[in-house]
Design a binder for this molecule. Sequence first.
Ligand code: ZN
Length: 345
Amino acid sequence: MKAAIFRGPGAVELGERPDPVIEAPTDAVVRVVLGCVCGSDLWYFRGESPHAVGSIGHEFIGVVEEVGAEVDTVSAGDLVIAPFIYSDMSCPHCLNGSTISCVSGGNFGNGVIDGGQGEAVRVPLAGSTLVPVPGSGHSETTLRSLLALSDVMSTGHHAAVSAGVGKGDTVAVVGDGAVGLCAVLAAHRLGAERVIALSRHPQRQQMARAFGATDIVEARGEEAEQAVLSLTGWVGVDAALECVGTGQSIATAFAVARPGSTVGIVGVPHGDVPFAGPFFRNVGWRGGPAPARVYIPELLQDVLAGTIDPGLVFDYETDLDHIADAYTAMNERRAIKSLLRVGPL
Ligand SMILES: [Zn+2]
């Protein structure tokens, strides 16, 4: 089959991988319909984080082709969403809601396990991992939003849940990438009354507003902190959602959080993390990689009802033959998030 292959920094190319087959009775083979490129794939592309040579891509929706003997929750022909991590849903961590720490789980597209940027995927632990989508004849808009649940929308939601966003809250979202924009949507969905988005890009500001942002702050660093604090009468926000992972963005999130609040951090930290100040202000933080498998069934209902449309983050589209373009467009910030049209529904 055709699949994107990570060959090293700056080199993601179309290549060949063996057609996936059922290897364990808990496996399924899924034919990919839509895949995409994650912001975290760019770190590998830029050489900022290591990645094994081989398969890449961890977000996809597709149609089940074949299931192993022990898989009874999905069957051939089902449209399914794959969370970015496969999990057994039965170990102590899964039962505690932390599917990303599953003792028998793992990552799609890690060089060895098939990735979502390919024509098909062998899904381990398929019965407990894949989420079947009810109904049929879903629109293109719905399909794109279902794809967003695989990682980006689940991760934005996790930021909001981690920070305890509730009805009537004032929320700040640091980061205007696809995750940050989904965090705006998630905060709005959870009832936040005011959502302050930090963004300097007109197109992203527009999408943030479409997702429920009520205020835009264009500054960065200390200037941004002052601007957000000023908007809250110098109290600080009820919940700060950090969706970048750099020292500066984490510092900004903590600085704008009101005393006693919780910062939701989903941007994977890069470099030094400033914790001393928040410690003395009793500001806590939660977060980490999203347990997408736990969130998808709930978010799925809203996508199917048409009340949320996270697929709007996909503003660039290509196919596997042009996989390098998908990366370059995001790397050069011409695209918020690249979608890959892989196969027919
Ligand atoms: Zn587990």
